[in-house]
Design a protein around this ligand. Structure first.
Ligand code: SF4
Length: 321
Protein backbone atom coordinates (compact mmCIF):
# COMPACT_ATOMS: atom_id res chain seq x y z
CA UNK A 1 0.00 0.00 0.00
CA UNK A 2 1.42 3.40 -0.94
CA UNK A 3 1.90 6.25 1.50
CA UNK A 4 -0.92 8.22 -0.13
CA UNK A 5 -3.44 5.43 0.42
CA UNK A 6 -2.25 4.97 3.98
CA UNK A 7 -3.23 8.44 5.22
CA UNK A 8 -5.75 9.73 2.67
CA UNK A 9 -9.14 8.58 1.45
CA UNK A 10 -11.34 9.91 -1.31
CA UNK A 11 -12.30 12.48 -2.24
CA UNK A 12 -15.68 11.06 -1.22
CA UNK A 13 -19.11 12.66 -1.08
CA UNK A 14 -19.71 13.76 2.49
CA UNK A 15 -23.06 14.67 4.02
CA UNK A 16 -21.72 17.81 5.64
CA UNK A 17 -18.80 18.88 3.45
CA UNK A 18 -19.65 18.03 -0.16
CA UNK A 19 -16.69 16.51 -1.96
CA UNK A 20 -14.09 15.91 0.69
CA UNK A 21 -10.55 14.49 0.78
CA UNK A 22 -10.22 12.66 4.10
CA UNK A 23 -6.95 12.86 6.04
CA UNK A 24 -6.46 10.26 8.76
CA UNK A 25 -3.92 11.23 11.41
CA UNK A 26 -4.67 8.78 14.22
CA UNK A 27 -4.16 5.05 14.67
CA UNK A 28 -7.30 2.97 15.18
CA UNK A 29 -8.92 3.74 17.66
CA UNK A 30 -7.21 6.05 20.11
CA UNK A 31 -9.72 8.58 21.36
CA UNK A 32 -10.56 10.70 24.41
CA UNK A 33 -14.07 9.18 24.29
CA UNK A 34 -15.65 5.79 23.68
CA UNK A 35 -19.06 6.80 22.27
CA UNK A 36 -21.73 4.12 22.26
CA UNK A 37 -22.64 5.13 18.69
CA UNK A 38 -19.09 5.14 17.27
CA UNK A 39 -18.99 3.58 13.79
CA UNK A 40 -15.44 2.37 14.36
CA UNK A 41 -16.25 0.08 17.28
CA UNK A 42 -14.93 0.38 20.85
CA UNK A 43 -11.94 2.61 21.65
CA UNK A 44 -8.83 0.47 21.99
CA UNK A 45 -7.09 3.19 23.98
CA UNK A 46 -8.82 6.02 25.82
CA UNK A 47 -6.19 8.73 26.15
CA UNK A 48 -5.69 12.48 26.56
CA UNK A 49 -1.96 12.31 25.79
CA UNK A 50 -0.92 14.40 22.78
CA UNK A 51 1.86 13.08 20.61
CA UNK A 52 2.70 12.70 16.93
CA UNK A 53 0.89 9.37 16.51
CA UNK A 54 1.17 9.66 12.72
CA UNK A 55 4.14 11.57 11.18
CA UNK A 56 2.97 14.90 9.78
CA UNK A 57 5.76 15.05 7.18
CA UNK A 58 4.53 11.80 5.60
CA UNK A 59 0.90 12.99 5.59
CA UNK A 60 1.91 16.26 3.93
CA UNK A 61 3.94 14.38 1.31
CA UNK A 62 0.84 12.32 0.47
CA UNK A 63 -1.34 15.46 0.20
CA UNK A 64 1.28 17.19 -1.95
CA UNK A 65 1.19 14.27 -4.35
CA UNK A 66 -2.63 14.37 -4.44
CA UNK A 67 -2.58 18.13 -5.20
CA UNK A 68 -0.03 17.53 -7.96
CA UNK A 69 -2.41 14.98 -9.49
CA UNK A 70 -5.08 17.72 -9.74
CA UNK A 71 -7.07 17.31 -6.52
CA UNK A 72 -10.61 18.68 -6.92
CA UNK A 73 -12.46 18.89 -3.60
CA UNK A 74 -14.67 21.25 -1.57
CA UNK A 75 -12.70 20.51 1.60
CA UNK A 76 -9.58 18.77 2.85
CA UNK A 77 -10.98 17.17 6.00
CA UNK A 78 -8.83 16.05 8.93
CA UNK A 79 -10.36 13.32 11.02
CA UNK A 80 -9.75 9.63 10.99
CA UNK A 81 -9.52 6.59 13.15
CA UNK A 82 -9.59 8.37 16.50
CA UNK A 83 -9.54 11.92 17.92
CA UNK A 84 -7.30 14.02 15.62
CA UNK A 85 -6.50 16.75 18.19
CA UNK A 86 -4.51 14.06 20.06
CA UNK A 87 -1.92 14.34 17.27
CA UNK A 88 0.54 17.00 18.49
CA UNK A 89 1.53 17.76 14.88
CA UNK A 90 -1.97 19.02 14.00
CA UNK A 91 -1.06 22.73 13.81
CA UNK A 92 1.95 22.01 11.58
CA UNK A 93 -0.22 19.80 9.41
CA UNK A 94 -2.91 22.46 8.82
CA UNK A 95 -0.24 25.13 8.22
CA UNK A 96 1.45 22.79 5.73
CA UNK A 97 -1.81 22.06 3.87
CA UNK A 98 -2.44 25.81 3.58
CA UNK A 99 0.95 26.11 1.88
CA UNK A 100 0.03 23.42 -0.65
CA UNK A 101 -3.51 24.32 -1.67
CA UNK A 102 -6.30 26.90 -1.46
CA UNK A 103 -8.90 24.23 -0.66
CA UNK A 104 -10.48 25.01 2.74
CA UNK A 105 -9.49 22.79 5.66
CA UNK A 106 -12.17 21.23 7.88
CA UNK A 107 -11.45 19.50 11.18
CA UNK A 108 -13.67 16.77 12.63
CA UNK A 109 -13.17 16.63 16.39
CA UNK A 110 -15.05 15.68 19.51
CA UNK A 111 -13.85 18.97 21.01
CA UNK A 112 -12.83 17.48 24.35
CA UNK A 113 -9.25 18.82 24.26
CA UNK A 114 -10.21 22.41 23.44
CA UNK A 115 -9.76 23.31 27.11
CA UNK A 116 -6.02 23.30 26.24
CA UNK A 117 -4.60 26.48 24.67
CA UNK A 118 -2.16 24.57 22.43
CA UNK A 119 -5.08 22.58 20.98
CA UNK A 120 -7.16 25.75 20.45
CA UNK A 121 -4.20 27.39 18.67
CA UNK A 122 -3.80 24.35 16.37
CA UNK A 123 -7.54 24.12 15.61
CA UNK A 124 -7.80 27.86 14.90
CA UNK A 125 -5.74 27.31 11.72
CA UNK A 126 -8.64 25.37 10.16
CA UNK A 127 -11.43 27.08 8.20
CA UNK A 128 -14.27 25.01 9.67
CA UNK A 129 -14.36 23.15 12.98
CA UNK A 130 -16.91 20.34 13.31
CA UNK A 131 -17.13 19.42 17.00
CA UNK A 132 -19.71 17.28 18.82
CA UNK A 133 -22.09 17.80 21.73
CA UNK A 134 -24.44 14.92 22.52
CA UNK A 135 -25.47 15.57 26.11
CA UNK A 136 -26.90 18.32 28.28
CA UNK A 137 -25.57 17.02 31.61
CA UNK A 138 -22.76 14.94 33.07
CA UNK A 139 -24.82 11.78 33.57
CA UNK A 140 -25.93 11.65 29.93
CA UNK A 141 -22.40 12.55 28.76
CA UNK A 142 -21.03 9.56 30.70
CA UNK A 143 -23.67 7.23 29.23
CA UNK A 144 -23.39 8.46 25.63
CA UNK A 145 -19.71 9.30 25.28
CA UNK A 146 -17.96 7.27 28.03
CA UNK A 147 -15.14 9.85 28.36
CA UNK A 148 -11.59 9.54 29.68
CA UNK A 149 -11.67 10.09 33.45
CA UNK A 150 -10.15 13.60 33.14
CA UNK A 151 -12.84 14.85 30.72
CA UNK A 152 -16.21 16.23 31.85
CA UNK A 153 -19.10 17.88 30.02
CA UNK A 154 -18.28 21.23 31.66
CA UNK A 155 -14.66 20.97 30.50
CA UNK A 156 -15.88 20.22 26.96
CA UNK A 157 -18.32 23.15 26.90
CA UNK A 158 -15.84 25.58 28.49
CA UNK A 159 -13.25 24.57 25.86
CA UNK A 160 -15.73 25.13 23.03
CA UNK A 161 -16.69 28.57 24.43
CA UNK A 162 -13.03 29.61 24.76
CA UNK A 163 -12.39 28.44 21.21
CA UNK A 164 -15.42 30.33 19.85
CA UNK A 165 -14.20 33.54 21.50
CA UNK A 166 -10.94 33.48 19.54
CA UNK A 167 -11.93 31.78 16.26
CA UNK A 168 -12.81 33.70 13.11
CA UNK A 169 -13.84 30.61 11.09
CA UNK A 170 -17.04 28.56 11.19
CA UNK A 171 -18.18 26.11 13.86
CA UNK A 172 -20.65 23.43 12.74
CA UNK A 173 -21.71 21.54 15.84
CA UNK A 174 -23.01 17.98 15.53
CA UNK A 175 -25.54 16.58 18.00
CA UNK A 176 -25.89 12.80 17.75
CA UNK A 177 -29.29 11.61 18.98
CA UNK A 178 -29.94 8.20 20.54
CA UNK A 179 -33.56 7.36 21.29
CA UNK A 180 -34.17 6.94 25.01
CA UNK A 181 -30.91 8.63 25.99
CA UNK A 182 -30.83 12.24 24.81
CA UNK A 183 -34.08 12.83 22.91
CA UNK A 184 -36.58 13.77 25.66
CA UNK A 185 -37.73 17.37 26.15
CA UNK A 186 -35.72 17.94 29.30
CA UNK A 187 -32.45 16.71 27.76
CA UNK A 188 -32.99 18.71 24.56
CA UNK A 189 -33.67 21.80 26.71
CA UNK A 190 -30.35 21.30 28.49
CA UNK A 191 -28.48 20.76 25.22
CA UNK A 192 -30.13 23.93 23.83
CA UNK A 193 -28.85 25.97 26.81
CA UNK A 194 -25.30 24.68 26.26
CA UNK A 195 -25.55 25.50 22.54
CA UNK A 196 -26.51 29.08 23.46
CA UNK A 197 -23.23 29.33 25.35
CA UNK A 198 -21.15 27.77 22.53
CA UNK A 199 -22.66 29.94 19.72
CA UNK A 200 -21.98 27.64 16.72
CA UNK A 201 -22.70 28.84 13.17
CA UNK A 202 -24.67 25.68 12.37
CA UNK A 203 -26.10 22.73 14.29
CA UNK A 204 -26.24 19.34 12.56
CA UNK A 205 -28.53 16.63 13.93
CA UNK A 206 -27.36 13.11 13.27
CA UNK A 207 -28.44 9.64 14.38
CA UNK A 208 -27.53 5.97 13.97
CA UNK A 209 -28.00 5.13 10.30
CA UNK A 210 -24.97 2.81 10.21
CA UNK A 211 -23.77 0.02 12.53
CA UNK A 212 -22.54 1.35 15.88
CA UNK A 213 -20.15 0.29 18.67
CA UNK A 214 -23.07 -0.91 20.82
CA UNK A 215 -25.91 -2.89 19.25
CA UNK A 216 -28.66 -1.33 21.41
CA UNK A 217 -28.25 2.19 19.98
CA UNK A 218 -31.70 3.20 18.69
CA UNK A 219 -32.52 6.14 16.46
CA UNK A 220 -35.43 8.54 16.75
CA UNK A 221 -37.94 8.67 13.89
CA UNK A 222 -37.74 11.39 11.25
CA UNK A 223 -40.71 13.31 12.74
CA UNK A 224 -39.00 13.48 16.09
CA UNK A 225 -35.76 14.59 14.46
CA UNK A 226 -37.60 17.39 12.68
CA UNK A 227 -39.33 18.39 15.92
CA UNK A 228 -35.99 18.56 17.77
CA UNK A 229 -34.43 20.53 14.90
CA UNK A 230 -37.26 23.08 15.10
CA UNK A 231 -36.73 23.36 18.84
CA UNK A 232 -33.01 24.07 18.38
CA UNK A 233 -33.75 26.96 16.03
CA UNK A 234 -33.04 28.12 12.48
CA UNK A 235 -29.33 27.23 12.53
CA UNK A 236 -30.24 23.58 13.02
CA UNK A 237 -30.70 21.01 10.25
CA UNK A 238 -31.10 17.23 10.14
CA UNK A 239 -28.21 15.60 8.29
CA UNK A 240 -29.08 11.97 9.02
CA UNK A 241 -30.86 11.52 5.67
CA UNK A 242 -28.00 11.74 3.26
CA UNK A 243 -28.48 12.63 -0.36
CA UNK A 244 -25.14 13.09 -2.09
CA UNK A 245 -24.22 16.25 -3.95
CA UNK A 246 -23.61 15.69 -7.64
CA UNK A 247 -20.11 16.57 -8.68
CA UNK A 248 -19.90 15.11 -12.15
CA UNK A 249 -17.01 12.81 -12.88
CA UNK A 250 -16.46 9.60 -10.94
CA UNK A 251 -13.26 9.38 -8.96
CA UNK A 252 -12.91 5.75 -7.88
CA UNK A 253 -9.52 4.14 -8.45
CA UNK A 254 -10.56 0.53 -7.79
CA UNK A 255 -10.90 -1.90 -4.91
CA UNK A 256 -8.32 0.08 -2.90
CA UNK A 257 -10.59 3.16 -2.86
CA UNK A 258 -13.56 1.06 -1.73
CA UNK A 259 -11.45 -0.44 1.06
CA UNK A 260 -10.17 3.01 2.00
CA UNK A 261 -13.76 4.24 2.35
CA UNK A 262 -14.85 1.19 4.38
CA UNK A 263 -11.92 1.60 6.77
CA UNK A 264 -13.42 4.93 7.84
CA UNK A 265 -17.00 3.77 8.34
CA UNK A 266 -19.35 0.93 7.44
CA UNK A 267 -21.31 1.64 4.24
CA UNK A 268 -24.23 0.07 2.41
CA UNK A 269 -23.86 -0.78 -1.27
CA UNK A 270 -25.81 2.39 -2.16
CA UNK A 271 -23.53 4.53 0.00
CA UNK A 272 -20.42 3.08 -1.67
CA UNK A 273 -21.94 3.82 -5.09
CA UNK A 274 -22.94 7.40 -4.22
CA UNK A 275 -19.73 8.11 -2.29
CA UNK A 276 -17.46 6.95 -5.10
CA UNK A 277 -19.95 7.54 -7.91
CA UNK A 278 -19.74 4.06 -9.39
CA UNK A 279 -22.35 1.59 -10.60
CA UNK A 280 -23.64 -1.17 -8.31
CA UNK A 281 -22.17 -3.99 -10.41
CA UNK A 282 -18.79 -2.31 -10.26
CA UNK A 283 -19.00 -1.79 -6.50
CA UNK A 284 -20.02 -5.44 -6.02
CA UNK A 285 -17.09 -6.57 -8.10
CA UNK A 286 -14.66 -4.67 -5.83
CA UNK A 287 -16.42 -5.93 -2.69
CA UNK A 288 -16.09 -9.52 -3.89
CA UNK A 289 -12.36 -9.05 -4.53
CA UNK A 290 -11.93 -7.56 -1.05
CA UNK A 291 -14.02 -10.30 0.61
CA UNK A 292 -11.92 -13.00 -1.02
CA UNK A 293 -8.83 -11.32 0.41
CA UNK A 294 -10.48 -11.23 3.84
CA UNK A 295 -10.22 -7.43 3.87
CA UNK A 296 -13.97 -6.74 4.04
CA UNK A 297 -16.88 -8.29 5.94
CA UNK A 298 -20.61 -7.59 6.09
CA UNK A 299 -22.89 -6.78 9.00
CA UNK A 300 -26.62 -5.95 9.45
CA UNK A 301 -28.30 -2.87 10.90
CA UNK A 302 -32.12 -2.61 10.91
CA UNK A 303 -32.28 -5.42 8.33
CA UNK A 304 -29.93 -3.59 5.95
CA UNK A 305 -26.53 -4.94 4.89
CA UNK A 306 -23.44 -2.82 5.54
CA UNK A 307 -19.88 -3.56 4.50
CA UNK A 308 -16.91 -2.73 6.67
CA UNK A 309 -13.16 -3.32 6.73
CA UNK A 310 -12.40 -6.61 8.44
CA UNK A 311 -11.64 -6.30 12.15
CA UNK A 312 -8.75 -8.74 11.62
CA UNK A 313 -6.96 -6.35 9.27
CA UNK A 314 -3.52 -5.10 10.26
CA UNK A 315 -4.05 -1.40 9.63
CA UNK A 316 -6.62 0.92 11.22
CA UNK A 317 -9.64 2.53 9.61
CA UNK A 318 -11.05 6.00 10.37
CA UNK A 319 -13.83 8.56 10.50
CA UNK A 320 -15.58 8.39 13.83
CA UNK A 321 -17.88 11.34 13.33
S1 SF4 B 1 -17.52 8.79 17.61
FE1 SF4 B 1 -15.65 9.99 17.40
S2 SF4 B 1 -15.36 10.83 19.47
FE2 SF4 B 1 -16.77 9.13 19.69
S3 SF4 B 1 -15.48 7.34 20.17
FE3 SF4 B 1 -15.78 7.38 17.92
S4 SF4 B 1 -13.98 8.47 17.16
FE4 SF4 B 1 -14.13 8.94 19.36
Amino acid sequence: MTEKMYYLYGPVSSRRLGRSLGVDIMPHKICTLDCIYCQLGRSTQKSIERREYVPVAAVLAAIKQKVKEGLDADFITIGGSGEPTLNSGLGRLIGGIKGLSNIPVALLTNGTLLFRKDVRDDCAKADVLLPSLDAGDEETFQRMNRPHQDISIEKLVAGLCAFRAGFAGKIWLEVFLVEGLNTDDEQIGRIARLIERIRPDKIHLNTAVRPTAEAHVARPGSNKLRHIAARLGPKCEVIADFSPKQHGARFVGGAADVLSMLKRRPCSLEQICSGLRIRQDEALQYINILRKRGAVESTKKDGKTFFKASSKRGRPGGGGR
